[in-house]
Design a protein around this ligand. Structure first.
Ligand code: ATP
Length: 327
């Protein structure tokens, strides 16, 4: 089937770099002679026919903006058989022949269903958590880490002045990628991540923190920084017990959604531009049901079904490195 008109939507949690990806998809699409249509509010908007024609000018002033100008939403109706059929019918009604979906795993499951129901689809991975197995990188990850790093640097100043311990909870849902890299980048004493520490009892985790603080105190450390991935949970309670047991003033800080906002970093803008170009190339080649991925610093693609079945591990070396560098 010849593709003339391509839709683009952002779905799932917002991530810095989504706008840069939309801009690239739109301008690369136009450069290849396709008509481009935006779908506002992801699959929710697809069901409500929230379409907007996109020209090259519609995406001016997009590249540096955080969040998603096309808006995002979650839709419970879309994953139902009727929802999928309605989504495909709505797209076809305005002549959309293919869709580019920018989002996370859940959004790709939706993309898979669109393809199965006759609408060719390509996914671009965007989530700050970097928890999509088939790709080394997801848009938003670098920006979120830089924001978290900046916050921890600021906390370090005040911790040093008061000789305190900061337990900082960073985002990542069930994954510890943000926590691990931010831990290395901020010189944290310890990092707790779901992949390594979820099976450990709360009291053992607290013992480990307490021992680390005691060690640090002996060698003259003036501050202590513990990075906890949100998947571990309970950082406020941990802080209270650690303070009681060590006598070191310990504060928990939960960075939360602040990590999701702000202008995308260079890395996120450049990769967004490259991934957008790849998505259009794939559609031009008549390919569908693919996710654009990054592997060993190269932009590639993989079948969505295969991609969703993959698993991803954390770097054991990086995890060990936090401890080695915290002496
Ligand atoms: P993030 O990682 O930021 O949460 P995500 O894309 O994984 O992003 P989800 O909320 O899981 O976010 O999915 C986004 C939308 O995709 C859902 O609101 C739903 O409409 C659709 N979706 C999720 N899972 C499926 C599925 N199995 N089949 C069809 N559609 C789905």
């Amino acid at each position: 089937m010849e593709i003339k008109k391509i839709g683009v939507l952002t779905s799932g949690g917002d991530a810095p770099g989504m706008n840069a990806a939309v801009r690239s998809v739109v301008r690369c699409g136009l450069a290849n002679g396709f008509e481009m249509v935006g779908v506002e509010r992801g699959y929710h908007g697809l069901l409500r026919k929230e379409f907007v024609e996109l020209s090259a000018r519609s995406v001016s002033n997009f590249i540096q903006r955080g969040g998603t100008v096309l808006q995002t939403a979650r839709s419970k109706e879309f994953p139902t058989p009727e929802g999928i059929k309605k989504g495909v019918a709505n797209a076809k009604e305005i002549g959309i022949d293919a869709m580019v979906v920018i989002g996370g795993d859940g959004s790709f499951r939706g993309a898979q269903k669109l393809t199965e129901n006759g609408l060719p689809t390509i996914g671009i991975p965007a989530t700050i958590d970097n928890d999509i197995s088939c790709t080394d990188y997801t848009l938003g990850f670098d920006t979120a880490m830089n924001i978290a790093m900046d916050c921890v640097d600021k906390l370090r100043d005040t911790c040093t002045s008061h000789e305190r311990c900061a337990i900082v909870e960073v985002m990542g849902r069930g994954a510890g990628y943000i926590a691990l890299e931010v831990g290395i980048a901020t010189g944290a004493e310890m990092v707790l991540i779901p992949e390594k520490d979820l099976g450990t009892s709360r009291s053992d985790l607290i013992d480990r923190i307490v021992n680390k603080l005691e060690e640090g105190r002996k060698v003259g450390k003036k501050h202590h920084i513990i990075i906890v991935a949100e998947g571990i949970e309970g950082s406020s309670e941990m802080a209270k017990v650690v303070e009681q047991r060590t006598g070191i003033e310990t504060r928990a800080t939960i960075l939360g959604h602040i990590q999701r906002g702000g202008a995308p970093t260079v890395r996120d803008r450049v990769i967004a531009a490259q991934m957008g170009m790849k998505a259009i190339e794939l559609l031009k080649q008549g390919k569908s049901n693919r996710v654009v991925i990054m592997k060993a610093d190269r932009i590639e693609d993989v079948d969505i079904n295969e991609g969703l079945a993959m698993t991803k591990t954390i770097s054991e070396d990086d995890y060990a490195l936090v401890n080695i560098l915290s002496k």
